[in-house]
Ligand binder design. Structure first.
Ligand SMILES: [Mg+2]
Length: 259
């Protein structure tokens, strides 16, 4: 691990109340062709369990996945806080009401689905994922030229029919939602919920930039993989992120024991 990152982790580990917030896919899990076959790297899962067991330390997963999908692939127990659908859905308070949409919003979700299914039917290898507040068109398994054509097609059609929806272009995915929530909103909300004095965040995709933007002085942001980022630190791959989390868990455990 590079020395500046290690030094930042040492400072972070000595904060009063620590929030460790993590993107899931491509961050603590490797991207796979079948999204339902994803799972956390064992070393990352171990570090998450170790961190969440420590006093005044909380772990949250902040994902574009719907909460149900996130629970299924992450195996996250109730001690892990969850933000799904890019901050439109949460699992924090026990018994909290599920996401509720207005009749107009539900109608827009339906219309989005119809547009995306129509585009997918003409572009082999693309697939539609239904979420509580929107739909996503997955391009990962389509040939490059087909994916590019589907991307242009779906953006044009959604913009023409549903100009009020939020578009979230990602890695090999075009997502649209009737809710404008971002991962930055998720960071704000979870930070306030646990009353964190400092936050760690890591992620690999474009939508993670909203979360990096929401970080304060003294927080630590780590981008995984290539691409422009606001994060001050970067590691190449999820296996490296697992090492970062293992190191943070060691440092935090030592600090919690010492006070
Ligand atoms: Mg990701």
């Amino acid at each position: 691990m590079e020395r500046p990152l290690d030094a930042a982790l040492q400072r972070l580990a000595e904060t009063d109340v620590l929030l460790v917030a993590l993107d899931f896919d491509g961050n603590i899990s490797v991207h796979v062709d079948d999204p339902q076959a994803a799972g956390p790297l064992p070393e990352a899962a171990e570090a998450i369990e170790a961190l969440s067991a420590l006093n005044r330390t909380s772990v949250a997963l902040v994902s574009g996945r719907a909460i149900d999908s996130l629970i299924a692939v992450s195996g996250a127990g109730d001690h892990i806080l969850l933000a799904g659908s890019h901050g439109a859905e949460y699992r924090m308070e026990v018994g909290a009401p599920p996401l509720s949409l207005t009749a107009d919003e539900l109608a827009d979700v339906e219309r989005l689905g119809a547009i995306l299914r129509e585009v997918a039917s003409r572009h082999p290898g693309t697939a539609v994922e239904t979420k509580p507040a929107g739909h996503a068109l997955h391009l990962r398994n389509a040939d490059d030229d087909v994916a590019l054509d589907a991307q242009h097609d779906v953006r044009r059609r959604v913009l023409a029919s549903l100009p009020g929806v939020t578009a979230r272009p990602g890695k090999d995915v075009e997502e649209f939602s009737v809710m404008a929530a971002t991962k930055g909103d998720a960071i704000e909300r979870i930070r306030a919920y646990v009353d964190a004095s400092a936050t760690f965040y890591s992620g690999d995709d474009v939508t993670d930039e909203d979360a990096f933007r929401a970080l304060h002085d003294g927080d630590v942001g780590v981008k995984v993989g290539p691409g422009d980022t606001l994060a001050p630190f970067r590691v190449p791959a999820p296996t490296d992120m697992a090492l970062v989390l293992t190191r943070l868990a060691e440092l935090r455990a030592a600090f919690v024991r010492s006070r």
